[in-house]
Design a protein around this ligand. Structure first.
Ligand code: FAD
Length: 438
């Protein structure tokens, strides 16, 4: 008789389009497993954890209550469960982040003669696969995207709850209580996708840059936990959806960058920036706190930071504006902001977050030229032309009509005065950049 297999879920909390699940099902009976790992949960931030717990509950429901939850170090826990079950193999979707790769190697070794099988990954093209002709990784997005498109990907895998004969094991933990505002799990993800695909996608090119509209997919948290695979989305796209396909390519690009250079999760991609002068001390700390709390006196920045605190999500355009403001107007190191984002974002993702921050800070891959510094006032006027986004998140400004919410000299007294002068700080940033340029 074929020994049972374990399907160890991690960033693939779904049953459809799941190649690893099909591979596990090939082996015989399958135990669905998730391990609550303190090394990942510790730094995760409450919003992301609550969303995870709710996604686990949804997966458990779809599995008829059979999801086995364990708690502890996977290097110990997974082999223990495998031995208890008498499993012949442990199946996973590959984890390509720095911690996951190391952990998986240790689990593989600890499993001894039990097979550890990686099938697929959370990406349409597994990081590390798309390379230049000389075998080197891409350092610039546009040629990466072209090569990624040329490489292509498989059709969505036909899998579901009936693909496997599921088994159970005694002694599982309870899924911790979650209280996510966002509907969690695979069904919710597919519904969110269907609504966007049949609605805002048609106007995505124009709508995606407008934080005052619902012009984007809101799929990032679902993609983060693999409630839907990007291949499922890509399969639904047509020739007119180039911009949306490109956004998914950014996600794949940053995962690829992190796979090749795990150090960039913590360090500047461009080492020239290691010498860049940042502010530190009490003033920097005070300004950083004002930024975190949405009290900078720049309306679109404050609206974004308050959206983050209220909804644990922020519009992409505004993420760029607030990140630029922190780094180039307040001269605070990018990693302070990246850490605040990771703690508060429901979609916090190491590859996307750290590399987008580095892109804005000028020290990342094909970074925006350092001297192109976002003006927080004109950005507000351009992308929130009627001021609706600002008024939604900054109650002190609700009485200000139309685009006047972006005029600093027209704002009411209860709203904070600007903590810095943009023109002055822009000059300081450019001088500091000049100092490291050569
Ligand atoms: C400073 C900063 C930090 C960010 N941190 C994160 C993060 O932690 N997690 C995260 O998923 N995204 C991050 N992003 C990228 C982007 O802001 C979000 O993916 C997007 O706002 C999510 O909303 P959406 O799903 O409606 O996006 P849509 O516009 O509908 O895009 C669809 C999907 O494409 C991907 N995508 C879009 N833009 C980017 C991008 N610039 N980089 C990588 N992937 C992208 C996402 O998976 C997104 O869900 C960050 C951007 C900036 C500027």
């Amino acid at each position: 008789m074929t020994p049972p297999a374990i399907m160890w879920f991690r960033r693939d909390l779904r049953l459809s389009d799941h190649p690893a699940l099909l591979a596990a099902a090939d082996s015989g009976e399958v135990l669905p497993l998730f391990v609550l790992d303190d090394r990942l949960l510790g730094p995760a931030g409450e919003p992301r954890k609550h969303f995870l717990y709710d996604c686990l509950r949804a997966l458990d429901h779809d599995l008829g209550g059979r999801l086995h939850i364990a708690h502890g170090d996977p290097v110990k826990v997974v082999p223990e469960i495998a031995r208890k079950l008498g499993a012949g193999s442990v199946h996973v979707s590959a984890d390509t982040g720095p911690y996951g790769r190391e952990r998986d190697e240790q689990v593989r070794t600890a499993l001894g003669d039990i097979d550890f099988v990686r099938t697929g990954s959370p990406y349409a093209v597994t990081p590390g696969r798309v390379r230049k002709q000389d075998g080197e990784p891409y350092r610039v997005f546009t040629p990466f995207r072209r090569a990624w498109l040329d490489h292509g990907w498989r059709k969505p895998a036909k899998s579901g709850v009936d693909s496997a004969r599921w088994t159970t094991l005694k002694g599982g933990r309870k899924i911790p209580a979650g209280k996510s505002e966002l509907p969690a799990g695979e069904r919710a993800a597919l519904q969110v996708w269907a609504d966007f695909r049949d609605g805002a996608l048609a106007d995505y090119d124009a709508g995606r840059d407008r934080p005052d509209r619902n012009g984007t997919s809101y799929l990032s948290a679902y993609l983060r936990w693999g409630c839907v695979h990007p291949r499922t989305l890509l399969a639904d796209l047509g020739p007119g959806n180039e911009t949306f396909r490109s956004e998914l390519a950014w996600r794949e690009f940053y995962a690829d960058v992190l796979w090749h250079q795990p150090r960039t999760a913590r360090e500047n991609y461009d080492r020239k920036f290691d010498k860049f002068e940042h502010d530190s001390g009490r003033t920097a700390q005070r300004r950083f706190e004002a930024w975190c709390e949405g009290r900078t006196g720049y309306p679109v920045v404050d609206a974004g930071m308050r959206q983050l605190l209220a909804e644990n999500w922020m519009h992409n355009r505004v993420r760029m504006i607030v990140a630029s403001f922190l780094v180039k107007d307040l001269h605070v190191p990018w990693w302070w902001g990246a850490r605040h984002f990771m703690r508060n974002l429901i979609d916090g993702d190491l590859a996307s977050n750290q590399h987008n921050w580095q892109w804005v800070a000028g020290c990342g891959t094909d970074a925006a030229p350092y001297f192109r510094i976002f003006n927080p006032i004109t950005q507000g006027e351009k992308f929130d032309p009627n001021g609706d986004y600002v008024r939604k998140y900054v109650p002190e400004l609700r009485g200000v009509q139309g685009k006047a919410v972006h005029k600093l000299d027209k704002l009411p007294g209860e709203y904070p005065a600007p903590i810095v002068d943009h023109a002055d700080e822009r000059r300081v940033s450019l001088e500091r950049y000049d100092a490291i340029r050569t």
